[in-house]
Each structure stands twice: as structure tokens, then as C-alpha cells.
Design a protein around this ligand. Sequence first.
Ligand SMILES: Cc1cc2nc3c(=O)[nH]c(=O)nc-3n(C[C@H](O)[C@H](O)[C@H](O)COP(=O)(O)OP(=O)(O)OC[C@H]3O[C@@H](n4cnc5c(N)ncnc54)[C@H](O)[C@@H]3O)c2cc1C
Length: 453
Amino acid sequence: MVNDFKKIAKCDCLTDLEDLYAYSNDTSPKSDKNLLPDAVFFPETIEDVQKIVKYCFENNISVIPRGAGTCHTGGCRVVKKPCVILHLSKMNKILEINKENMIAKVQPNVILGDFQNEVENMGLFFPPDPSNLKVSTIGGAISLNSGGPRTFKYGNTKDYVINLKVVLPNGDLIETSSDISKDVTGYNLTQLFVGSEGTLGVIVEATLKLIVKPEKRLVTLAYFNSLEDAGRGVNHIINNEMTPSTIDLLDKNTIETIEKYNPSGLLTNFEGVLLIEIDGSSEYIQNEQEKISKLLKEVGAVEIVSAKNEEENEKIWRARRSAFGSVAKLKPDVITEDVVVPRNQIVNFIKRTKQICDENNITVCIMGHAADGNIHPNFALDLEKEGDAFKIVKDMLFHLAVELNGTLSGEHGIGYEKQPYLKLALDNGAIKYMEQIKKLFDPKGIMNPNKMF
Ligand SMILES: Cc1cc2nc3c(=O)[nH]c(=O)nc-3n(C[C@H](O)[C@H](O)[C@H](O)COP(=O)(O)OP(=O)(O)OC[C@H]3O[C@@H](n4cnc5c(N)ncnc54)[C@H](O)[C@@H]3O)c2cc1C
């Protein structure tokens, strides 16, 4: 088989054992189901992708599309052999940025942060911001429907995808729509592929919607003596018709851990902090800032500190983005979840999560995109010793989210890790239709198998 692989397409292909190890998983925890792929292809063209996928279809070989591999749910994990990885890193060009029509065409592995810089230099804006945007790819963000801190004001990736070129599991190439942002012609196949986690086909080109870049931004930190006050702060701002681009919440453990490993000047003697970003014109920002500060004081904010310039804005964001990496330094393993609950249940959810973790001796640092009710408990673990206890915690966490009328995932997807809980969160009749959609596109089940279902 290995000799055949090298002949399928004129692109790089790794088959040596030591190379394959690097592609058996993503950033999700190692598991006993971590198999090695049989080959890793680096296609350079759509035709390369078609040839490889067609070969796999004819020979019943699993295919896993892979961007930067930063998925948290085992979406890139090899779980069924034989299997090849389609590493799309050589399909990384911005093909066009059309300022007049405010759209861009990109290959799948354009790095999100690079793309944002390019469009922002032209006065345009692409808001989706998974906090690892210096490495994550547009194809990965589309496939997970990534969100991030700005979702409350700007929506998530799905709101910016207009059209896709997709190689289907049998090797056929389809275009899902047109390059026009207002288009209701036919079924919305574009959105079917957004968030499909590489289970229906390989996204090989995307047309994206751009908006006008806000003139400025201002980041404010509001510190509270209790999580309840911080939670009330989130609702108080929103219920008073303010629309900041971000309201993130970080608990004491998270702030202390950031300061331990990545000192950033955050104040560590508070139970919770809200990170609030406002963007728009200078005049708008000043007005909103005054109103928001007043609202925060009304719910008990003890310290309110705003950045003085763009450099300070970025310093606060660097601290926020370092949270996951800092927690990862506490113990050998780190696992992050991304459940969502109604906004008025955030504090209840956080308190009960802490209680569950205390009862099972599991270390947790909690933060999240509070304006959307999207909470990230980051667990620091030694899975060899604490694996069984964590299973209990994870199970209770998902049940708790659903019990509070929430759900399993706001932005990381289902992948391999959360697949056993899908039936808990979704109407089982709807799951049957989803399974039929999967069969329609992928009758042989070769495309990222055992993910989602
Ligand atoms: C430190 C850290 C912070 C994060 N913060 C956030 C956050 O705030 N918000 C958020 O939404 N997410 C966050 N994430 C998760 C983030 O969404 C993903 O890491 C990222 O968007 C995925 O991009 P990727 O290129 O790494 O995709 P990969 O991990 O390579 O792939 C993700 C999934 O998409 C599939 N896939 C990839 N490319 C294609 C393609 N071209 N065609 C079809 N399927 C494809 C893969 O098979 C896999 O199932 C974070 C991750 C890390 C490590």
C-alpha cells in the first residue's frame, strides 16, 4: 500500500513511522484509541486532493482532513485504519481580497491571524477569532464553526462563509453556492459544511464575507469580590442595551495561573474579572465606556482598569490568550471543555462545576465568553492518576449543562471525545436525519469516521 501511496499524486507524502507519530492526534488528550495513520499527504492543488480522496474511496481507506491540528475534541485523531491524513498546509494562499464587493477567496490553510492582518490593512474586518489565531486555519475554523470572544457582537464563522469548494468522499468537486453574499438559491449546502468537522468532505476553497473594520477598540478589566457580582455584571450590561464586542469572564484560579506563568499585571486578589472590549469610533467608545463603567459599579465592581492605548489593549489580550497555555503548565495534561448555558445560569453553572471538581479532587480554572453563556472549564490533570475521576467530572458537567437548558459545545465541536453525549443534547429524531445526510455524502464512511456520531 505504501508504494501505491507515493504514486497517487505528485505531492509530498510521509510514510515513515517516526513522522506518522506526529499526526495521530490533535490537542485533545491522548487516548487508548490513538492509532497511527498509514500516510500523511501534503496536497498542493484541488486535483491532488481529488486524486487522493478518490483512491481512498476506491480502496476503503479513511481520510482525515487536517489544518493546524489544534482541535480540542479528537477531530483529527486516527481511530479507524487504514487511514491517511490530508494535511492541507501547502494550500495556504489568499487568492483574492475584493474590497469593492467586500469578499475574499482563500485556500483552506490560510492562517486566520495572517488573513485578519491582510484584510485589516485594507480597512476591512474578519471577526471570527479562536484565541489561537496565530496558528489555526480558516479551513479548521469553518469545519468547527469556530467562535471566540467577539461572537456576542459579530457572530461566529458561519456568519462569514458565503461559498465553498468541497471535494466529496468519492473525489467529486462541488461548489456549494455563489460568491454573492445575498443568495437563497437552493438548499443552503454551504452552511451544511460549516461545522461538519471534516465528516462530509474536504473544504478546498472558501469565499468569505468581510465587513468594515471598526476604527478603534478599548479593553477594560472589571474586578469583583464575588463571581455572582461578575455574573450580574454581564447581564446588567446586556440588559441595558450595550453591545460590547467581548465580555469574557475569568475566575480567580485562572487569573492566578496566568500571573504565575505569564505575569501580565492582572490583579490576583479578586474572585472574578470581566474583560470587556468595546469597538467603534472614538466618540462611540467614550460614550459606551462611561455607561458601562457606571453599570459595572452598580453591580459591585471594585476596580475598573481600562487600557490607555492599543499597546495596552494587546497586552491584556495576550494575557487572556495565554490562559490555556498557563493552565497546561500546572500538570502533565490539560483538557478544556466549551459547554454553553443560558446567560442567567452562568454563575450557577460555574459554582456547581467547582463543587463537582472539589468533590472529585480535580483542578479547574474557569473562564469563558460570558456574553454568549459559553464557558471553558480548563482542567489541569495527570490523566494516568486522575483519568477515572475526570470521567466522572466530565459526565456530570455535560449532564449539568443540559439540565440547565444548555448544550455540549459552543465552538469546539463534538469530534471523537463528545460523541457519546450527542444523544443527551440533541433530539434523537434529528440525529437520525443527520446520520442519513452523512450516508448520502459518504456512503462508505471513509471521511473522518467515528467523529460526531
Ligand atoms: C489555545 C487554544 C485556544 C482556543 N480558543 C478557541 C476559541 O476561543 N474559540 C474557538 O472557537 N475555538 C478555540 N480553539 C479551538 C479552535 O477552534 C480550533 O483550534 C481552530 O479553529 C481549528 O483550526 P485548526 O486549523 O487547528 O483545525 P484542525 O484541528 O486541524 O481541524 C479541526 C477539525 O476540522 C477538520 N478540518 C480541518 N480542515 C478541514 C478542511 N479543509 N476541510 C474539512 N475538514 C477540515 C478536521 O478534520 C477536524 O475535525 C482553541 C484552541 C486552542 C489550542
